[in-house]
Design a protein around this ligand. Sequence first.
Ligand SMILES: NC(=O)c1ccc[n+]([C@@H]2O[C@H](COP(=O)([O-])OP(=O)(O)OC[C@H]3O[C@@H](n4cnc5c(N)ncnc54)[C@H](OP(=O)(O)O)[C@@H]3O)[C@@H](O)[C@H]2O)c1
Length: 341
Amino acid sequence: MRIRPLRSTPETPLSPVSAPPEAMRAAIIEACGEADALREASIPVPSPVLSELLVRVVAAGVNPIDAKTRAGAGVSAAIAQYPSALGFDFSGIVVKSPYESHPFPPGTAVFGMAAFPRTGGSYAEYVVAPSLSVARKPAALSHVEAAGVPLAALTAWGLVVETAHAHEGQRMLIHAGSGGVGHFAVQFAAYFGAHVTATASGRNAGWLRELGASVVIDYTTTRFEEVVGEVDVVIDLVGNVRAETGTRSLEVLRPGGLYVLVPTGGWPGYAVAAAQAGVRATSYKVIPDGSALATVARLLDSGAVQVYIDQVFELSDAAAAHRAIEAGHTRGKIVLRVSDD
Ligand SMILES: NC(=O)c1ccc[n+]([C@@H]2O[C@H](COP(=O)([O-])OP(=O)(O)OC[C@H]3O[C@@H](n4cnc5c(N)ncnc54)[C@H](OP(=O)(O)O)[C@@H]3O)[C@@H](O)[C@H]2O)c1
């Protein structure tokens, strides 16, 4: 795909806003545990402080870190008190702004991340979010579509653009190209002119080619290191958690190439192994950057990049959404529908 000039995100008219109630529906946990630990309850509406926004949530995105946190890993150590509403991604309408001339006044349609990586709480009718973790919702997207974007797209942006500096002629291998992060990573890399090889199961091959992958390798039938040739960058969204994907990735990198490990703790020995193999290596942690999200919004509005929503669950069915994300075969994103537009 060639780089095209971007239009500004068109402004959506402000929506009417009502004063928030004292209590709201939320999907909460009272302790870490299995997916069934996640249930709907009534909890107080949170109060924004200083530069924070209060947003009425229309839809909330589901990410693997939500399920890891619920299970006692992820960012569970940062849960300050129970019951705790889970979730970071949201799309909705600003209800309270920090000050009168703030760029996101009440009624603005926004999407973004709740206080990541600490309190979260987007699986709820209202969420508090730092102003800097929010952008205007792409006008071309519904709230359900927009809610699938923030964490996954910002991760992909951080990996492909800010870390790997995707450019014309660069050869990039992206593992799990069909997942939440992967399908954005494939599109960003192709947009900036890289030659993209993605791994996924065969059912996703045609779709990934439509998104910009030049080559798709079915990891269920083919060992990628036997067919991929030499690449400049590996974006590893799997790690050594499955089939020694990280170790095998070092075999396909050119001398001095770059290996990027994404799942936290997905391969503790990656740095030593990469040094021995003569390649550079780094891990990565997503940053909830609202200005990068605004750039992503422009790409979405222009049609250069798309979000794919695999499944939509009701807020009351958040446990089922967690079981689905934990199965590890989501195409694109899973989203919770929280309230009406
Ligand atoms: N460090 C950070 O800041 C950060 C940020 C975001 C995500 N992450 C982590 O990165 C990982 C990916 O996140 P995500 O949201 O993209 O997950 P996801 O949406 O759940 O990924 C699912 C995809 O993985 C594919 N897949 C499963 N096993 C595979 C294998 N062995 N080889 C290739 N593809 C495989 C599946 O393809 P098929 O259905 O075709 O099998 C599916 O499409 C997670 O571990 C997540 O926690 C880290």
